[in-house]
Design a protein around this ligand. Structure first.
Ligand SMILES: [Cu+2]
Length: 374
């Protein structure tokens, strides 16, 4: 996976060079005589600012002009290794000898420990602005998850029996939202995000596990391996963008409010506050830094078909507080066929994790994205 990102990084760097070392034809022509109404040539189009969009990991950050359409694709990769209780790391042997089994089945302590998990998400998006004030947005993810586990033998002790991997993939929850302009003063803009997540993703994914007795049944996978939330979720938010010269900045407060229940449970609500700043040395390129603080609740209720002596089957081992730092780059094509196309990348590392655990910890997340407005 690292190689993929190295290659993607090299590609972005090359494109940055192409975009920022444009031929010097643009403004070298003799200046037009005063009052000359000669139509603009292609090379006289106003620059498109790379920092006109927030870092690629921020959703619903910008609005469009009346009639504009934008298509986007994002690839996200999340890597999780190891477990935490609160903000302390905890190893598998400690989990299976000390943590009470809240996942289901007879053993007094947990017997199966997830050791690492990778998630890939392909996110397809579209935006359309019926007016300057309102932009509509839809996003549909395709999600692929895999999780590796150690199973410990019998009802007690820390003797490893074996290892297994579970995997799930499919179309996730469709999110639709409107971004509604609230205020605009010079280079300061504020809008409301009003969204709804529809339960189009599966919550009945199954997989084959290894039990402490050595059996290999195929069962419904724990909550973390399901693809959708199963519920209609409200996605409220408020977003601010500011700019001065070649600096820009912004902030977004966004929430996820679950409604109802599915299969007897509902995921925890979430709130996320992020703020970013970017520097644009040339209109086609901007570099960004971002901080994101997130809090999420645990699961209410439980799915009667999810039962195993593993932490991910215990609804209490979900949610927590995390703070991540992100570095990003935005590139915007200025001329010819590249004009209007954007490429962006962002990578995030955690600086604080306080998890309702034992729970797997996120080690890094990367996002690559393409956007095209017309
Ligand atoms: Cu857009």
């Amino acid at each position: 996976m690292t190689q993929v990102f190295l290659r993607a990084g090299a590609f972005c760097a090359t494109l940055a060079l192409c975009l920022t070392t444009q031929p010097a034809t643009a403004h070298d022509d003799a200046p037009a005589a005063p009052g000359d109404d000669t139509p603009f040539t292609v090379t006289d189009l106003p620059p498109l600012r790379a920092d006109g969009h927030a870092p690629i990991g921020v959703m619903g950050d910008h609005r469009h002009k009346t009639g504009e359409v934008m298509l986007s694709y994002r690839f996200m990769y999340m890597d999780m290794r190891g477990n935490r209780i609160g903000d302390n790391s905890v190893d598998p042997a400690t989990i299976v000898t000390t943590v009470p089994n809240g996942g289901g089945g007879a053993p007094p302590t947990l017997r199966v420990v997830p050791t690492d998990m990778q998630m890939q998400m392909h996110m397809f998006g579209a935006m359309y602005a019926p007016s300057d004030r309102i932009t509509l947005m839809a996003m549909l993810p395709y999600i692929d998850k895999k999780m590796d586990h150690i199973t410990f033998q019998g009802a007690a002790g820390a003797t490893e029996l074996g290892r297994f991997r579970t995997r799930s993939e499919g179309i996730g929850d469709l999110k639709i939202s409107s971004l509604i302009g609230l205020a605009e003063h010079g280079n300061h803009k504020l809008h409301l995000n009003l969204g709804l997540s529809l339960p189009t993703g599966s919550t009945s994914e199954r997989g084959t596990i290894l039990t402490p007795t050595g059996a290999r049944p195929t069962v419904r996978l724990p909550y973390a391996m399901q693809i959708g939330s199963g519920t209609y979720d409200l996605l409220p938010g408020i977003t601010y963008n500011g700019r001065s010269g070649n600096l820009s900045w912004g902030a977004q407060l966004a929430g996820v409010i679950r409604t109802g229940k599915n299969n007897g449970y509902r995921l925890g609500d979430e709130a996320k506050l992020t703020t970013w700043a970017s520097y644009q040395p040339t209109p086609g390129l901007s570099l960004s830094g971002r901080i994101e603080a997130k809090t999420a609740g645990d699961i209410s209720g439980r799915d009667p078909l999810i039962s195993a002596p593993v932490q991910t089957a215990d609804p209490n081992n979900y949610g927590g507080d995390t703070v991540m730092l992100w570095a990003g780059i935005n590139l915007t094509g200025q001329e010819g066929a590249l004009r209007g196309h954007r490429l962006a990348a962002e990578i995030g590392l955690p600086v604080y994790r306080d998890l309702n655990g034992p729970q797997m910890e996120t080690d890094w997340i990367a996002t690559l994205g393409w956007q095209y407005a017309f």
